[in-house]
Write a new protein. Structure first.
Length: 347
């Protein structure tokens, strides 16, 4: 009971501090850059699928021939500097220096510049260096010091409703009512509902406006891909893996990754799970090699984010990834919304 009381007090204190933080920035001038800014964020700590959603928005802009840049703070990056991860012609950094998610975006979207660092500074740098028509800002819902033209918020409906309480009682980074600030709300991972989807949607419904917001749903599409060492590319793998395999992941919510493995492999010998954004050490690699060699296993299945941190260490191993993508249920609505908003901005 004492622990619950302490958590409730910390939760109240956290909410109060956010109220002060918001009040402060509501009375200061926001930084505005000369490009159309799309922010992709969420209400909770990790796992809602921000990075695949950034990739989806980038692909959508590319399909419209809209020159754009992606910026991120580069969570857990080793470098303290603002970095150009990719200039749209080649990757200029490493997962450790710039952060695993920006690096993954740079590798997945080779023609799109990716920058990491202080949000205001890199927005300014991106505009000066690349003159984009639009900038996608990763994880900026809680960033109140910059002007955003479209505020996208993801709501993960694949989790327990208890997670929608303020930290540390749950995983909410801001009060639920903050979803009112969003222009686009996407309920993600609808096809991985554990029975709480309806309750979560009802919980958010008092703060949503069908008139003023675009409210969408998306499914999580998972596919198996094999890494081709000769071409350096991922190749869709339509067959099921029959030989013994080990799976490894370091992501915020590994439940979907772990539960999906059986659909793609008949013989998962072991699943090794690390914390989100795990930085693999020499000891980790040594123990994994030892385990694979002793068991005579040559297949390793991982996430795309983890792949770029480990693939150089497994040159004699067959590597697979479970790739994830958001599938918007009414994609034409999102496409039309972006067209309309950008037309107004540039009119």
């Amino acid at each position: 009971k004492l622990i619950v009381i302490i958590r409730r007090f910390i939760s109240f204190l956290y909410s109060f501090l956010f109220f002060l933080y918001k009040a402060w920035y509501n009375n200061t001038n926001k930084y505005t850059c000369p490009a159309f800014v799309i922010s992709v964020g969420n209400l909770t700590l990790g796992g809602s699928g921000k990075t695949p959603m950034v990739e989806l928005f980038s692909s959508l802009l590319s399909s419209k021939n809209i020159k754009h840049v992606i910026t991120s703070r580069g969570y857990k990056k080793e470098s303290t500097k603002n970095l150009v991860v990719s200039d749209g012609h080649g990757v200029l950094s490493s997962p450790a220096l710039c952060g695993d998610e920006p690096f993954m975006l740079a590798m997945s979207l080779p023609s799109v510049p990716v920058l990491v660092g202080n949000k205001k500074q890199i927005l300014h740098q991106a505009c000066l260096q690349f003159s984009p028509k639009s900038i996608i800002v990763d994880d900026a819902f809680q960033t109140l010091c910059i002007h955003k033209d479209i505020e996208v918020v993801l709501i993960d409906v694949s989790v327990n409703i208890k997670e929608y309480q303020i930290l540390p009682l749950g995983r909410l980074r801001v009060p639920l009512k903050e979803v009112q600030r969003a222009d686009v709300v996407v309920f993600t991972k609808s096809n991985y509902d554990i029975g709480h989807k309806k309750e979560i949607m009802q919980l958010l419904s008092p703060y949503l406006s069908q008139k003023n917001q675009l409210v969408l749903e998306s499914n999580y599409s998972i596919s198996l891909k094999k890494y081709s060492k000769s071409s350096g590319c991922f190749i869709p793998y339509s067959k099921k893996i029959n030989s013994a395999s080990v799976a490894i992941s370091g992501i915020a919510n590994s439940r979907i990754f772990n539960s999906s493995l059986a659909s793609f492999c008949n013989n998962i010998v072991d699943i090794k799970t690390f914390k989100d954004h795990h930085s693999y050490s020499k000891k980790d690699f040594h123990l994994l090699h030892l385990y694979l060699n002793e068991a005579g296993i040559t297949n390793l299945i991982t996430t795309k984010k983890d792949f770029y941190k480990i693939y150089n260490q497994f040159k004699n191993t067959t590597l697979f990834i479970l790739d994830v993508q958001h599938t918007i249920k009414q994609p034409e609505k999102l496409s039309k919304y972006i067209d309309n908003q950008m037309a107004q901005y540039y009119s």
